[in-house]
Ligand binder design. Structure first.
Ligand code: SF4
Length: 306
């Protein structure tokens, strides 16, 4: 039977923003001075394994799309966690009015981009490129009345000042998408300028995937993207992988979703993962392809995070 040459790309596992968010919540769980239960406003990061772990630790996950109204489902004076994607000032103010103790795990990089949008929105209108129901997009749209979420099917918006338009975007977008969407915006608003907001961790993972043709692999190649389907940066990695002509691409959230028989027919396997994907899930896939057996480990988080 064929045994593929497996290449695990260098950048894997949690980014610093995800590690920081998990640590803040786990530390709060272990801190006896913090009121329990702890309520988490939405998913901490987009990976269901992490939510499952937090639920096991007693954290109550409040589901929904709109953070502002989700706060109504948490009793006053409770402990509340804001997720790594960030929340708007309106959400922070409402939590304070409800006398809540706040654990804010917003990634410092997302926070930085929100501050930039706030500053630019004083003198310009802002077009924000992002998934319309993603918490980062919703939080960005609530920063100012001058922020508009872009509808890619209908770029012209009569409320926008055509001479003072800046384009902002989610931190986990693909550079390729931004470039293309910006070209379309420029056709409608020639004076628009773009604010570069792709986070470096996301950009590095996209670059290492883009550069695989430098590996000069012989034979057939499959790219496996490991990540949760709700994760924007994993989805963007997969979209990028599908554009790479020398390889086929699949997107799985864990080893049980992978068709091992098909993967083992390839000469080369390249594995990349999103920034909220535990590295253990990547290693399980590598073990399964190497041995042609499926082992699922009981713990997916590095021990130093617990
Ligand atoms: S992907 Fe980038 S922006 Fe998102 S949490 Fe990680 S470091 Fe922060």
């Amino acid at each position: 039977m064929n045994k593929p040459n497996i290449i695990k790309l260098k950048e894997q596992g949690f980014c610093y923003g995800v590690k920081r968010a998990i640590k803040l919540v786990v530390n709060a769980v272990n801190d006896t001075s913090i009121k329990k239960p702890i309520y988490l406003l939405g998913n901490l990061v987009h990976n269901s394994h992490i939510d499952d772990l937090l639920k096991e630790l007693g954290v109550i996950v409040i589901t929904g799309d709109i953070r502002l109204s989700m706060l109504d489902n948490i009793p006053n004076a409770s402990t509340v966690v804001f997720s790594a994607h960030g929340v708007s000032q309106k959400v922070k103010d409402k939590a304070k009015q409800k006398d809540m103790f706040i654990i804010d795990t917003t990634c410092p990089y997302v926070e930085q981009t929100f501050k930039l949008i706030e500053k630019e929105a004083i003198t310009s209108d802002i077009y924000f490129i992002g998934k319309s129901n993603h918490p980062e997009s919703i939080a960005a749209s609530e920063i100012s009345d001058h922020v508009f979420i872009l509808d890619p099917k209908n770029i012209y918006n009569e409320k926008i000042n055509k001479d003072k338009l800046k384009v902002a975007h989610q931190t986990t977008m693909s550079c390729y998408d931004i470039e293309n969407i910006f070209k379309e915006i420029k056709e409608v608003y020639p004076n628009a300028t773009v604010l570069d907001m792709v986070c470096k961790v996301t950009e590095n993972r996209q670059n290492q995937l883009n550069n695989i043709s430098n590996l000069r692999l012989e034979g057939t190649t499959q790219i496996i993207i490991v990540g949760d389907k709700k994760s924007n940066n994993s989805t963007k990695l997969f979209e990028l992988a599908t554009r790479i002509k020398i390889a086929d691409a699949v997107f799985v959230s864990e080893v049980t979703e992978l068709n091992l028989e098909i993967s083992r027919t390839y000469d080369n396997i390249i594995i990349a993962s999103g920034t909220s994907t535990p590295e253990a899930l990547v290693d399980e896939i590598i073990d399964a392809i190497s041995s042609n057996e499926l082992f699922v480990k009981s713990s997916i988080l590095p021990i130093n995070l617990i």
